[in-house]
Design a protein around this ligand. Structure first.
Ligand SMILES: Nc1ncnc2c1ncn2[C@@H]1O[C@H](COP(=O)(O)OP(=O)(O)OP(=O)(O)O)[C@@H](O)[C@H]1O
Ligand SMILES: [Mg+2]
Length: 658
């Protein structure tokens, strides 16, 4: 999604048209029946809006004209009845229009809010399916702004602009047809005015739309900046960056103000400009009609009215009729230009709404995380001979269900936690390879530790194990199965992960621990907390397990947050655990305690542990020393000490991690 898109108007017409088409079909997908009803009601209201001219015409033709022609009024029931019908019809029409307008306004309010709810739901649902890579390459402020500003622009488009444009178009087309039937020549004058109006609207509207879109984009940037500054309050204060932050904000704010100024400056002149052209057009049409009347009164055919009213200019009756007819025509031309003006007034919100819709569709168009895996995790029964069979109920044992396409058979492999990497190469971007030829063999129950300088690629290895990213070259096998064949959700379910940055959600401590296994009982959660040595501090909190964690668990210490995230990973009792710097924030006194808990946690599991503190990994089965994405040393603590290489130097402090 590119926010730097200069402006929507510069996009090709096809693109804008495509967005509009998709938006309408999206809207109709959810609210087909109601939208059709709304459009019918709008058409009805528009018809009523222009019917005054038609009724006036009818009165002139059917009542006034005969009266002027000498037909008597007294006792003329036919004429009375005609007038009654016309007035009654008019009343009925307005009543109907009133109901229709009430109905469509109410319905549109419901449709708009409902539709936006669906859009936000669809977007959020889709966002959850996107790969981690998407979030690496898009700023959070940008994504947030699609949920807020862009959906708001869409609200404006759907609730106001679409009905208004539809109304005005129906009215304008109908008026156009009636006026054409009345006088082609005068219509020609009106059309000239409309073309002029459209040109001005395009010029002014196009400019203001450009700035409105810029305003939208800077608004997104402003939100992103404020969000970042709120998150980084402590850092700002520690480094005394308040003034700098204010200056940076001022700059963004100035940009926003400038864009809004320009957008509104153009936007504000659009309405008066179009309206005044409308008035000017009215005057010109009146003058031209008058001229036709005065100069060519002998030949009314030029106005297209001569055939119907055989006019003799000497006859005052005919002249009066003519003047009234001209007044009707002028009234219609006024209504016509008013409607064209209304359409042009919507240019800004249409462009902004479509730009917003375009960005919403860009999110919806993002490719979800691909998953071709077909090997799934199932509950299993395993007999003494090691035969594995699938079980419908929870057995506490798990197996990989592996269907073979070739012969249609299904085999089961016990989930043991045997993970092997063979010559793995990987880079987040193709130009920069981060891991080179990494091979690791972790047998079930083994504890593998990674040490190495920051940026060496330790976290990256764990990102590959749970398939946040896919490897460029090499192979990763899990219990002998290529992990690309395993369904991602099942693969991740089989691993407990404590990420480098602990992320706890708003909710109670109990709920946060249960996040690791949604159907865990309170007892299971407490047992996991005990295992992670978090139980003691939790019970000391006034509310215990019911303590509500506020925004990013800021009411807990960093170490406490880590303990909860360890408990969260432990509650699922997974056969494989990945602990990324899990003990980095724990003080030395607690470390021994946590170490004990961690040892208990690691028992009988395959564990990958990343630690900067070498003391926590001494009892590992194998320690991998990473340097610039390569494993440069491997072996147990004792073996590595004996080798007297990098690990030895790190351990004895002769060598600092660079
Ligand atoms: N999302 C990403 N996109 C692009 N490059 C990344 C990304 N994450 C990490 N890198 C790069 O990959 C390399 C390895 O990063 P990694 O996070 O694996 O290091 P690490 O060994 O875990 O370091 P630390 O000890 O600081 O946690 C670094 O050079 C880093 O710049
Ligand atoms: Mg890391």
């Amino acid at each position: 999604m590119s926010r730097n898109n200069p402006s929507m108007p510069k996009r090709s017409k096809m693109h804008t048209f495509k967005v509009l088409r998709r938006l309408l079909s999206y809207l109709f997908h959810y609210y087909r029946g109601r939208m059709i009803a709304v459009f019918i009601c709008i058409a009805l209201t528009a018809a009523a809006g222009i019917s005054s001219s038609v009724f006036l015409n009818l009165v002139l033709n059917e009542v006034i004209n005969p009266l002027l022609g000498g037909v008597g009024w007294e006792g003329n029931t036919e004429l009375h009845f005609t007038l009654f019908c016309i007035i009654g019809g008019m009343g009925l029409m307005y009543l109907l229009a009133l109901c229709a307008s009430f109905f469509y306004n109410q319905t549109m309010a419901i449709v708009t809010q409902g539709f936006l709810m669906h859009v936000r739901n669809d977007m959020f649902g889709h966002m959850e399916s996107l790969p981690i890579r998407y979030f690496d390459t898009h700023t959070h402020g940008d994504i947030m702004s699609v949920y807020t500003n862009d959906t708001d622009a869409l609200r404006q488009l759907i609730s106001m602009s679409i009905p208004q444009i539809f109304y005005s178009c129906i009215a304008a087309i109908t008026l156009l047809v009636i006026m054409l039937l009345q006088s082609v020549w005068l219509m020609f004058v009106v059309l000239l005015g409309v073309v002029f109006m459209a040109l001005v609207a395009k010029f002014v509207g196009g400019r203001s739309a450009k700035h409105f879109i810029r305003q939208q984009e800077i608004l997104g940037k402003t939100e992103g900046y404020i969000e970042e500054m709120m998150g980084g309050q402590k850092v700002i204060k520690v480094f005394c960056h308040e003034e700098q932050a204010k200056r940076d904000f001022d700059q963004i704010n100035d940009e926003l103000c400038d864009a809004s100024d320009k957008a509104n400056a153009y936007g504000n002149i659009l309405m008066p400009a179009v309206m005044n052209i409308g008035h000017f057009m009215f005057v010109v049409t009146a003058i031209v009609a008058g001229l036709f009347f005065v100069l060519q009164v002998q030949n009314f055919t030029i106005l297209g009215w001569g055939d119907r009213f055989l006019i003799d200019p000497a006859q005052p009756v005919a002249t009066a009729t003519m003047i009234t007819l001209m007044a009707t025509f002028l009234n219609m031309s006024r209504q016509f230009s008013l409607n064209i003006g209304q359409v042009s007034m919507q240019i800004n919100s249409v462009v902004m709404g479509l730009a917003g819709a375009g960005r919403i569709f860009e999110i919806l168009n993002e490719q979800p995380e691909a998953d071709d895996g077909y090997v799934t995790l199932v509950n299993a029964n395993i007999d003494e001979q090691g035969n594995v069979t699938e079980s419908k109920v929870r057995t506490g044992k798990w197996a990989w269900r592996h269907p073979h396409k070739a012969d249609g058979t299904v085999t089961y492999t016990e989930l043991k936690g045997d993970i092997r990497l063979f010559d793995v190469d990987f880079g987040y971007v193709p130009e920069k390879i981060v891991l080179h030829n990494v091979s690791i063999y972790a047998k079930p129950g083994q504890k593998i530790a990674f040490v190495g300088a920051t940026g060496a690629g330790k976290t990256t290895i764990t990102n590959l194990l749970n398939r946040f990213y896919d490897i460029a070259d090499g192979k990763i096998r899990y219990d002998g199965i290529n992990i690309n064949k395993i369904k991602k959700a099942d693969l991740r379910r089989s691993m407990g992960i404590v990420l480098q940055d602990t992320n706890l959600f708003t909710g109670t401590i109990m709920e946060n621990i249960r996040y690791g296994k949604l159907d865990a009982t309170d007892e299971e959660c407490i047992a996991a907390a005990k295992l992670a040595n978090a139980h003691d501090f939790i019970t000391r909190l006034p509310e215990g397990y019911n303590t509500v964690l506020r925004h990013e668990a800021s009411n807990l210490s960093q170490g406490q947050r880590q303990l909860i995230s360890i408990a969260r990973a432990a509650v699922a009792d997974p056969p494989v655990m990945i602990l990324d710097e899990a003990t980095s924030s724990i003080d030395t006194r607690t470390e021994a305690l946590v170490q004990k808990g961690m040892d208990a946690l690691m028992k009988d599991r395959t564990v990958f542990v990343i630690a900067h503190r070498l003391s926590t990994i001494q009892n590992s089965d194998a320690i991998m020393v990473l340097d610039h994405g390569r494993i440069i040393e491997r072996g147990s603590h004792e073996q590595l000490i004996e080798q007297r290489g990098t690990y030895f130097q790190l351990y004895t402090g002769a060598f600092e991690l660079e």
